[in-house]
Design a protein around this ligand. Structure first.
Ligand code: C5P
Length: 297
């Protein structure tokens, strides 16, 4: 059973104050893009994880892998033994702010549910997905969606047409908790207490109209100052994309991947080449969105 699952970029990430449970209330506009991991679940004598792909350093190949935790959680709920061999083929950058680990967990839920004959009751996967992580439910859903709460309460967002993106991948990842902590530290140092986050109406209108110029102007990420503080070189990456005509440039989620919105597929191709040549990233890749969530292939 093989499931293909997309990466995400956050079109808006508005971060509220730190909650008592250690999370932050968010307004999080997720957008699924055409960078895919594939997770295969095969019957086995015991749980195992194999990871394949170009840059997979640091991805755990034991029960710490979020996909393995997904299999364990689902097996427990279904009352079956978690005997499955998971093979993860990674294209989504690792610890890159594109929710690759969450995507793999969502894919593992879908693959194992089918393998263990859990039927098509998709709804049964939402709750375990939310337990596994704030970004996991969106990887099931795909498309474009507004996430509230800690990001796991989802409402689909209407969009028109296709948006073209370029992603500048960095060497080494950034830890999501470390970036949120840096965000809190910077706010504290400025004596600034954020108001409850609100969805951007300009962003929603741009998405509904399929207007890439308006979307570029409306993109926003409250975690960006924290990611730039921890990784100052990303300023040069963002600047290089803007110089080459990106309609919008921002850090993806908690980073360090940077996302650039292009005018067209051709422009995205030019931007990819320019960013690769500028030496401001490990590599640059082109993608489009929105695309569907975790899908059996
Ligand atoms: O939910 P998930 O395990 O993916 O979150 C990883 C970390 O990101 C959390 O431990 C927390 O530090 C931070 N986070 C947060 N507020 C959110 C989502 C994540 O502070 N809404």
């Amino acid at each position: 059973m093989t499931v293909r699952v997309p990466a995400k970029v956050n079109l808006q990430l508005a971060v509220g104050p730190l909650r008592d449970d250690g999370y932050h209330d968010l307004v999080n506009v997720f957008h699924a893009v055409s960078l895919f991991d594939e997770v295969t679940a095969a019957p086995a004598d015991a749980l195992s994880v194999t990871v394949e792909g170009g840059s997979i350093e640091g991805v755990p190949v034991n029960a710490d892998n979020l996909a393995a935790r997904a299999a364990l959680l689902l097996a427990e709920r279904l009352g079956v033994a978690p005997n499955v061999a998971l093979t993860i083929r990674k294209t989504i950058p690792v610890a890159g702010g594109m929710a690759g680990g969450s995507a793999d967990a969502a894919a593992a839920l879908v693959a194992c549910a089918r393998l263990w004959g859990a039927g098509d009751a998709d709804a049964d996967l939402w709750e375990p997905a939310a337990i596994l992580g704030s970004d996991v439910p969106f990887a099931l859903l795909g498309g474009t969606a507004l996430g509230t709460g800690r990001g796991e309460v989802l409402t689909p967002v209407q969009t028109a047409g296709r948006f073209h993106w370029v992603f500048a991948l960095a060497d080494g990842g950034l830890s999501t908790p470390a970036v949120y902590a840096e965000c809190d530290r910077l706010r504290e140092a400025e004596g600034w207490r954020p108001a409850p986050p609100q969805a951007s109406q300009d962003l929603m209108a741009a998405l509904a109209a399929g207007d890439a110029h308006a979307l570029g102007a409306a993109l926003g990420n409250d975690l960006q100052p924290a990611a730039l503080s921890l990784r100052p070189a990303l300023r040069d990456t963002l600047a290089a994309g803007r110089e080459h005509g990106a309609l919008g440039a921002l850090v993806s989620g908690s980073g360090p991947t940077c996302a650039f919105l292009a005018e067209s597929a051709d422009h995205a191709g030019e931007l990819t080449a320019a960013l690769s040549k500028a030496g401001v990233a490990r590599s640059a890749v082109q993608a489009y969105g929105p695309v569907p969530g975790a899908t059996i292939v």
